[in-house]
Design a binder for this molecule. Sequence first.
Ligand code: NAD
Length: 480
Amino acid sequence: MENKQRVVVAPGDGIGPEITEAVVRILQAAEAPLEYEYIEVGLAAYEKGHTSGISPEAWQAIRRGKCLLKGPITTPQGKGMKSVNVTLRKTLNLFANIRPCKAYSPSVASAHPGMNLVIIRENEEDLYAGIEHRQTPEVTQVLKLITRPGTENIVRYAFEYARAYDRRKVTCMTKDNIMKLTDGLFHQVFEEIAAEYPEIRAEHQIIDIGAARLASSPELFDVIVTLNLYGDILSDIAAQLAGSIGFAASANIGQDFAMFEAVHGSAPDIAGKGVANPSGLLVAATQMLVHLGYGGIGERIKNAWLCTLEDGIHTPDIYREQLSAREVGTQGFAEAVIERLGREPRILRPVRYQNRPIQIQRAPQKPAVRQLVGVDVFVYWDESGRDPNVLGKRLEAATTESLPLMLVTNRGVKVYPEGLPETFCTDHWRCRFRTTGAGVDYAEVLTLLQRLTAAGLEVIKTENLYTYDGQPGYSLGQGE
Ligand code: NAD
């Protein structure tokens, strides 16, 4: 007998148990070689005093099973309660969020009939590290962290996903015309990895133009891979364009763990009525099958589901007099899908999935030669009408021979030397000191900081300037 893959099932709250029952019935009827272990997460766990909504027993089951099919959770209102979704995503290092957005026209009404795209969003890095500071009375800052290993993981996952789902094009979206180092790294890694997948078309679009094109012509896109913040925004735009929230599924993937769920919530208004559409969780379950290497079974279920839609067997949320043939409840819908297992849709395009688990290999990192060449010193200064020339002269008087002052910027605009009088200046100044030689010792940076402090200047932060294999590891100011 074939070894069964263990799947941890968390039915969740509200309509969760009803739609989970329907989905597991379909998985069993399709003979998916899965073994189900049920856990309790959500309201019941919160009520037992588990502030993360997950009991220790449930954690153990997740650790053993590694693959989680999760129903929606009602967000608790009480203080000190943590979101189950955020806890799972962070604790299990789920670095990729995958959101397919597809129209099922003409069987289900849609404003964008040709839309069939997937957004693959990096889920752990970027501005979401939550490192923020109020540096001066006027200025706040957030750190945007983009790493090479994190970017390689998400980009490689996007190409492996395209292979597994028979998709032809991957579009990378960044803002690297402005953020040359962070978004630039993402774009560069994309180009490097794209070269390993010659059968898949690779293109890059600047995020603002890309988002506008997505909103007006979503049918132009296939797979989109992008950074955390852009992906967050794009996936909501795309879900809105695709139409019925009841259909949307999402996968969260890590190196060791994976979690599959519907995008919608626990729908307390219809819970217990037997009318919820189980499609979102069913689409998530087919994503899970492809992830585990059972693409053939995922394909059978998805095609049977497409047949059900095009035969007009619809739950109330998508029932339309002109398009639908029969209105069914949650379990009636599941029965209709089961009856159609083995059939292929005639109007909607059948799906084709591969029978190979989606796995990504970590590439070995190449060490670079790193050299300290200077320092950006951020100072809080609110004197002399904030005249940059006064500050510039004070800095030059305190500087050392090995680390001369190169420039001063205010909100990224050069104000010294040779600034423009029109530039608005806040109380936060970036002062760049860089060697004219090959490199400096950190002790020289410390000497400079002591001299600046002794001169009455308030240093609020420093950033070391390094070169990597001779290339600057910092953005260049105007005129440098
Ligand atoms: P919701 O998605 O639960 O419901 C919005 C509307 O869509 C409701 O009218 C509902 O009846 C309908 N709907 C949702 N899913 C449906 C389905 N499968 N079939 C038919 N109709 C469906 O959003 P909400 O009402 O804002 O949130 C309810 C609860 O769910 C809240 O506690 C929220 O925090 C939580 N929530 C959880 C998740 C999750 O666990 N992933 C996601 C979103 C919201």
